[in-house]
Ligand binder design. Structure first.
Ligand code: BGC
Length: 756
């Protein structure tokens, strides 16, 4: 791009929500306009209007990237919105750039002035172009927004609204000039990922007065976004909305939000007002409404769900309504945490791009939605942060922890297993799902420097057994206040993960014909594997003898055949000993059902999956959950909120088992990356009698339906034209699959169909 625009800031801050405007006339004598394109970005978040009309439905533009090195701009076709005299108006908010980030209570980590940057290029019939840009000739004024922060909420005063600023000839008191801020235009990049927008609206399901006299509304779904309110009341009166994901003792349960206020205030104009706080977002299912003039009716409030625009690709449904609800919870949790950055949670004073969470969840995400652009965009931030930090992939990306200055809370950032492995596991998950080698090419340097960094941290005995690790974070047996105290040995987890990353990287290097690196990482993987076996494995027992270490050793391929079988038996034993309640944290959870399946313990995997007692995947469903929780027991069986200071009700990581559900229950797995060849291998069990799973692969739609009736299994498969694959049914020889519909009935062990 040939940038002529300048980054401009209002001469007065106007409560962190200034408006900026410019009026101009279309150049004459060049014929009709053939195309007009607006490129837009900001320090902060920006919304744009041309001649009174929003230029797009995008929200929170330009999202959150590693601003130090990369600021994305959006591009809009505004040809239809031009007039002879035009007004271009921009509204700024604090967003991630200047708002609060993290739990230190502070913000403004990237800078303390908000700025807007816009370049409008108007092409005429005769080939000439008129360019209108943000520069010193713009003017700035106040908006109706008095307070705005992503965590704390927004205050809007409808009495201050006046659309005149978007019309020609506007000249109001109180408007001031602007000044130019420094911006390195080399840091400007187009979005790779999709914009954020509103994708759903939910009506009030229930409304009531609590014992303490508060008015509460329930939208029936834990979601991410805000409440749009339509209200008519005395000028200057104020309506307040507080948000929370859960109730406690019949009142709004706000403790899990920690310092995030999640409070919107609407000041009425005296007329018919609509409020929509687009410079904030909340994770909530309930809202407490106070100050409402007159009677509040359900239709006055609507919950608006926002998120990155993602195309839904995968669906899953079975005969078990609870399992279906769990799957829905996985989907909702993902939508709410894919708001430009893949975050841990959307509600408390955190909402950060925790790398370990997406390392666990990426394969599930890549089945449910097309996340190739979204995660490719984020991976670019990963690579940039890492390139400026000795090859270390930080705990969060964009890395704001480096600014938080939290003595004692974390050791200095260093590579850690799973979290830093996101740099290898996420691109690999994308490659498996979409088959596009470019993601490996683009991330190759980042992948290599991560694995080399890890190699530099190994002990002389070849293990990764020193330094800080999150390990099997949130093991259900760890005390609520100490989620790092897992049963699994840190070294076992870290060395296993190092092996997985080295092995993946060796394969990626081979695919990309990077021979030297291929040899380098084949050797490293082999060394890690033998060190692991030498120090941690004894006759099929893996050191620290708990479910997570077996799950990782089996699924990552760390064990020789005999040991693997013994490890599978031991894993099944431990799973039975725990009463089929879950016993794994972030590290083991994505892999435990695969480890059981792979070693011949499918029914144990099903018992674990379908367990309803706490802790388990379905326990939250029995408690009315509509998203996946951070902790297995974020809400305790007595309905109280877990006392740990870290208790979200919308965390996707533990939902990573859905990947196994899609492949093993549903039966759709890639046989080659991107499903150019597909493996249809449903393995019915757990008493499920039916399942239907579908996936829009890059090669077309695959559908698998199965029904167990008596001692027969009937499977219907649809495979798109040009796709080949294998149909593998229990107790049967593999069958070749080609285009079209196949329906097949085979005998099955009678026990499989009983129950649900
Ligand atoms: C986050 C996590 C994250 C973890 C690591 C938490 O506060 O919510 O999901 O991965 O910290 O320490």
């Amino acid at each position: 791009m040939n940038w002529q625009a300048q980054l401009i800031a209002a001469d007065e801050d106007f409560a962190g929500a200034p408006l900026l405007r410019q009026e101009f006339r279309l150049d004459e004598g060049h014929g009709a306009v053939t195309r007009a394109t607006l490129s837009l970005t900001a320090h902060g978040i920006v919304e744009a209007w041309l001649n009174g009309q929003r230029v797009s439905n995008d929200l929170l533009t330009p999202g959150w990237s590693s601003y130090e090195w990369r600021l994305r701009y959006a591009t809009y076709d505004v040809t239809e919105q031009l007039a002879d005299t035009c007004v271009l108006g921009l509204a700024l908010g604090n967003g991630w750039f200047r708002g609060r980030l993290g739990w230190s209570g502070r913000g403004a980590f990237y800078g303390d002035e908000l700025g807007a940057f816009a370049q409008l290029e108007i092409a005429f019939e005769d080939g000439t172009t008129q360019t209108v840009t943000t520069d010193e000739s713009w003017s700035a004024g106040p908006s109706d927004v008095l307070v705005n922060d992503l965590y704390d909420g927004e205050t809007i005063d409808a009495g201050l609204r006046d659309d005149a600023w978007l019309k020609p000839g506007f000249g109001a008191d109180g408007w001031v000039g602007v000044h130019v801020l420094d911006l390195d235009t080399a840091s400007l990049e187009p979005y790779i990922g999709p914009p954020v927008s509103a994708w759903n609206e939910l009506p009030v399901q229930k409304m009531w007065t609590t014992e303490s006299g508060k008015t509460l509304v329930d939208f029936g779904q834990n979601l991410v976004g805000w409440v749009r309110a339509r209200v008519h009341g005395p000028a200057g009166s104020e309506v307040t909305l507080r948000h929370a994901e859960v109730l406690e003792d019949g009142e709004l349960g706000t403790r899990p939000l920690r310092s995030a206020l999640a409070t919107d205030r609407f000041i009425l104009s005296g007329g018919e007002d609509t409020f929509e706080p687009t410079f904030t977002f909340h994770g909530f299912r309930y809202a407490e409404v106070s100050g409402w003039p007159g009677e509040l009716r359900p239709e006055d409030l609507t919950a608006v769900a926002i998120g990155s625009e993602l195309e839904r690709t995968g669906t899953f449904r079975t005969s078990d309504p609870m399992l279906n609800q769990f799957h829905e919870n996985v989907v909702w949790g993902m939508r709410g945490n894919f708001v430009d950055v893949p975050t841990d949670c959307p509600q408390r004073d955190e909402r950060l791009g925790w790398t370990g969470d997406i390392a666990a969840f990426a394969p599930t995400a890549a089945f449910l939605f097309n996340v190739d652009p979204f995660l490719s965009d984020w991976l670019r931030n990963v690579a940039l942060e890492q390139a400026h930090h000795d090859g270390i992939i930080a705990y969060v990306v964009p890395d704001v922890l480096k600014y938080l200055d939290l003595p004692g809370s974390f050791p200095e950032t260093e590579s850690t297993a799973i979290w830093s492995d996101a740099g290898v596991w996420v691109p690999w998950a994308l490659y498996q799902a979409y088959g596009d080698e470019r993601i490996l090419e683009n991330q190759f340097e980042s992948m290599v420097s991560h694995v080399r960094r890890v190699r530099s941290l190994l002990s002389p005995n070849g293990l990764w057994d020193t330094g800080f690790q999150f390990g099997d974070w949130l093991d259900p047996d760890a005390p609520p206040e100490d989620p790092i105290k897992a049963k699994a040995d840190f070294g076992v987890v870290a060395t296993a993960c190092a092996y997985r990353s080295a092995a993946i990287l060796a394969e990626a290097a081979q695919l990309l014909a990077r021979e030297a690196e291929h040899a380098e990482f084949v050797e490293l993987a082999a060394d890690l594997r033998s060190a692991f076996n030498e120090h941690y494995v004894d006759g099929g027992r893996v050191f620290s003898d708990c479910t997570t270490v077996y799950a990782l050793a089996i699924v990552f391929g760390l064990l020789d055949t005999v040991d693997e079988e013994a490890a599978g038996t031991r894993l099944a034993e431990l799973v039975a000993e725990s009463g089929y309640r879950i016993s794994t944290g972030f590290a083991g959870t994505p892999f435990i059902t695969d480890a059981l399946t792979q070693t011949g313990h499918l029914e144990d995997a099903y018992r674990l999956l379908l367990q309803r007692e706490c802790p388990s995947w379905l326990y939250p469903v029995t408690m009315g959950a509509t998203t996946v929780w951070e902790r297995w027991d974020s809400m305790l069986p007595d309905g109280s909120i877990n006392p740990g200071e870290m208790t979200s009700f919308n965390h996707y990581a533990l939902g990573a088992v859905a990947d196994w559900m899609h492949r093993v229950v549903g039966g759709i797995a890639p046989l080659a990356p991107g499903y150019s060849r597909v493996l249809i291998a449903p393995q019915p069990g757990g008493g499920l009698t039916e399942a239907e799973t579908a996936l829009d692969t890059p090669h077309g739609r695959v559908t698998v339906r199965w029904i167990v009736a008596g001692d027969e299994l009937t499977v219907d498969v649809d495979v798109p034209a040009g796709m080949e694959g294998v149909l593998r049914l229990p107790g049967q020889h593999d069958r070749a699959l080609t285009t079209g519909h196949v329906s097949i009935t085979v005998p099955i062990h009678p026990l499989v169909g009983e129950g649900r």
